[in-house]
Design a protein around this ligand. Structure first.
Ligand code: ABU
Length: 396
């Protein structure tokens, strides 16, 4: 077990500031819900971050028109050390806040993402970063599921948490460890013409849920999934296809877990459910006022007694120049217990809503805007490995 590595990418052991996975201390993998008392979680790192290369799953844009004019084209290679340090400062602070709340934290290994990838089906000039760990892996009950991923530059991102998985699996005899089939990510897995669709075309297709990926092989990012005990909900999106949802359904059915799709037609380029439909607790969901859930899906939740509370507009809707995420990172909050939630510090309106309308006793504000450039906020940057909860049935 010790020290054996067969990764294709260098591991930087010099990054001593990030904690390694503790060994053999009776840890368990367990998370059935989005709201159980959080006991242990992984918080991402921004080290060695690179700009995502232009690729069929992502044609990035510089948000700031002035900067777009100056730079001319999307930057390549490494992000600046200043940008990495600013994000790491906020990620490290989140670790301190979580530890202060009694949550054990772990960090991904620091890897060199500037290396290119060459596979039989694609090449990319560099990789990305291990900041949004939520996208690469999910705990569903006692099973860790490695996502296929949908972007080529993120193909090996999961390896940054592989040591954590090894340690957990060795330590916890009940843990199951599954990896979705590694996709070829060949050209036929992408619908390149989608990028040429006008807003009108996308609007016309909104009830067909067709995006920039095809259905050739299962594809999903783990952040397309949300958990409610015996039921999990998965959003078809730019990062998740129906084959991906079907793969999850077949894998989890033997454990009695029901896999549902959840559709948000007004999001014309959806990616990840956690800025759209945020489960806060048993029978309560924070919803995005610009991305209502499809009527048929809504009826299923309502029939089972769930309430939806619309999030207000973000207090700070600004997006960093290189962020490919929406202003709705504002609602990418991290529920760490039945009555405790962490929220970006500038989102005062949401903090009030969570306290006064949603029954949270403890709302912890933390600065996190420097992480936004990496595609996520508080939920995206974490992977809950252990919560105190069980397989509740809230859709009987
Ligand atoms: N990674 C979450 C991004 C979702 C959004 O842009 O709305």
């Amino acid at each position: 077990w010790k020290g054996h590595r067969s990764f294709g990418t260098e591991v930087n052991h010099a990054a001593a500031q990030h904690k390694k996975s503790p060994k053999a201390d009776g840890r368990k993998l367990n998370a059935w819900t989005q709201w159980g008392e959080l006991k242990e979680c992984v918080v991402g790192v921004a080290d060695n971050a690179c700009f995502p290369p232009v690729q069929p799953a992502m044609i990035p844009e510089i948000n700031d028109p002035m900067l777009r004019k100056v730079l001319g084209e999307w930057p390549r290679g490494r992000k600046s050390q200043r940008c990495v340090d600013a994000a790491n400062e906020e990620l490290d602070n989140l670790v301190n806040v979580l530890e202060g709340e009694g949550v054990k934290t772990l960090r991904p290994e620091v890897m060199d993402w500037s290396q290119p990838l060459n596979t039989p089906f694609f090449s990319v000039e560099n990789q990305y970063v291990a900041c949004c760990v939520r996208d690469t892996i999910i705990t569903v009950g006692k099973t860790a599921i490695e996502a296929t991923m949908s972007r080529r530059d993120r193909y090996f991102e999961i390896l940054a948490v592989r040591q954590i998985l090894r340690d957990l699996w060795r330590e916890d005899p009940e843990m199951l460890w599954k990896a979705a089939p590694k996709p070829s990510m060949a050209d036929d897995m992408y619908n390149l013409s989608w990028w040429d669709w006008t807003e009108k075309d996308r609007y016309e297709h909104m009830h067909k849920y067709q995006y920039c990926i095809t259905n050739e092989e299962p594809l999903f990012d783990a952040a397309d999934i949300t958990r409610c005990g015996k039921d999990i909900f998965v959003q078809p999106s730019m990062t998740c296809n129906y084959a991906g949802i079907e793969w999850l359904r077949r894998e989890l059915a033997p454990q009695g877990i029901r896999v549902h799709s959840a559709h948000f037609p007004y999001d014309l380029a959806p990616s990840h459910i956690d800025c759209t439909f945020v489960v806060l607790g048993p029978r309560l969901v924070l919803t995005n006022p610009e991305r209502p859930i499809a009527e048929r899906d809504a009826a299923f939740w309502k029939e089972n007694g769930w309430d939806f509370v619309d999030c207000g507009q973000p207090d700070n809707p600004e997006r960093p120049a290189f962020s490919q995420s929406s202003k709705w990172l504002s609602m990418n909050i991290f529920v760490i217990g039945p009555s405790k939630v962490i929220v970006e510090e500038q989102e005062k309106g949401l903090q009030e809503l969570l306290k006064h309308r949603c029954g949270f006793e403890t709302v912890i504000p933390v600065p996190f805007r420097n992480v936004f450039e990496y595609g996520g906020s508080l939920h995206c940057s974490t992977w809950d490995t252990c919560r105190e909860d069980n397989m509740v049935d809230l859709f009987p």
